[in-house]
Write a protein that binds this ligand. Structure first.
Ligand code: SOE
Length: 380
């Protein structure tokens, strides 16, 4: 077994999901790599110390550059706000480190393309954390589609609904609220939530070629947590768009942080010639499947409880019928990433794969402004 020295940047929500994955991995997966939690990086030393103590990191760094340059670090894991992904990832690639980075890849496609160039020039393994692909029921959907069970696909429908920014008193910027600050996040629900839906959609149904979007910012001004001043809000609070896939199917996507009652309702449905599939994050172990070729008298929606030993990833956990959850998708992606490093067949989404998602986000935001259909740039 090889040692993998990890330097994790960021002590927030995502830092916790990744730290947890490094700890769980060797308990459940036969990886060739044994992660060692070498260093945690955060500008706030007190926060970093507390995080190191809780999760078992050997040391702390308050300057990301120091962590990236350390000779005893093999893998840099970027769980920092979107506006620094590019700078950190490019420096990590130059330093020859493997890189895992939180989604979205970057602030925009232009930055993302530079990141792809940097990791490919350096020849370092790279991966973007679009974790929902690795929920067992979503991975099973991919298997059914790849086996041709759906036949020709006609429709793709996805939603990601939340309700946490409805209050006009919620400030923008700083700590956990950087997602509301356009200078740090790049966009609102498009880059934060729809990017997940787009990543899954491209993976399941192929490239998206054009989009027509509407975006809205319901609360136009908010106090900025760092400056204390009331400033214009630059993010999209809600976005809905139509899309066409290269395979001829049509799609609708919707996301908002203003759907009162919904905390993280990610759903998608795919309708094919022979069958349909539906998945709901709030019932994440179920894959709903309708097979038209079943005999008429038993035809109907099946609710597959994806917990059996022959379901994706499930033989690594408990016994059939018992469930796992959100955190496990991060363990799965880490296991797949490391297997990719060991076998030389990189796990998806690489930076290059994630750049295609970024180009869709760019086209969606451009269409929101132009109020016209926009073509999606293809990754060369
Ligand atoms: C936003 O609230 C958020 O935490 C996203 O940033 C995550 O990517 C998503 O999985 C859950 O919601």
């Amino acid at each position: 077994m090889k040692t993998l020295n990890v330097g994790l940047l960021g002590c927030g929500f995502m830092g916790r999901t990744h730290a947890n994955a490094y700890r769980r991995l060797p308990n459940f997966f036969d990886s060739e790599y044994q992660p060692v939690l070498k260093a945690i990086g955060d500008v706030n030393a007190e926060k970093a110390k507390a995080f190191a103590q809780r999760w078992g990191f050997e040391s702390i760094e308050t300057d990301w550059r120091k962590l990236v340059e350390r000779e005893d670090i093999d893998l840099v894991d970027i769980c920092l706000p979107n506006n620094v992904h590019a700078e950190v990832a490019i420096a990590a690639a130059k330093a020859g480190k493997m890189i895992i980075c939180e989604k979205p890849l970057a602030m925009n496609g232009q930055q993302g393309a530079l990141m792809v160039k940097a990791v490919e020039k350096a020849g370092v393994p790279n991966f973007i954390s679009y974790n929902y692909r690795r929920f067992p029921a979503v991975t099973l959907a991919k298997k059914l589609i790849d086996e041709g069970k759906l036949g020709r696909v006609f429709h793709y429908r996805a939603k990601f609904l939340q309700d946490w920014t409805i209050s006009k008193d919620l400030p923008q910027g700083g700590d956990a609220l950087w997602r509301l600050d356009v200078k740090v996040a790049g966009s609102g629900v498009t880059g934060d939530l729809l990017a997940h839906c787009i990543d899954t959609a491209i993976w399941l149904n192929g490239p998206i070629t054009e989009v027509c979007a509407m975006t809205e910012t319901f609360i136009k001004e908010r106090k900025h947590q760092l400056t204390g001043k009331v400033e214009k809000v630059g993010i999209d609070d809600a976005c809905a768009f139509l899309a066409r896939f290269a395979n001829g199917s049509l799609a609708t996507f919707e996301s908002t942080r203003y759907a009162r009652g919904h905390k993280a309702l990610y759903t998608f449905e795919i309708n094919g010639e022979h069958a349909s599939i539906f998945w709901d994050l709030h019932d994440s172990h179920r894959l709903q499947y309708f097979e038209h070729r079943d005999p008429g008298y038993i035809r109907g929606w099946r609710s597959i409880h994806v917990t059996d030993g022959d379901h994706p990833y499930m033989n690594k956990w408990w016994v059939p019928g018992l469930t796992i959850g959100y955190e496990h998708s991060f363990v799965h992606q880490l296991a797949d990433f490391l297997e990719g490093v060991a076998t030389g067949k990189p796990a998806s989404p690489t930076f290059r794969d994630a750049l295609q998602t970024q180009y869709v986000c760019d086209a969606v935001l451009a269409s929101g402004q132009s109020r016209k259909w926009e073509k999606v740039k293809a990754v060369k």
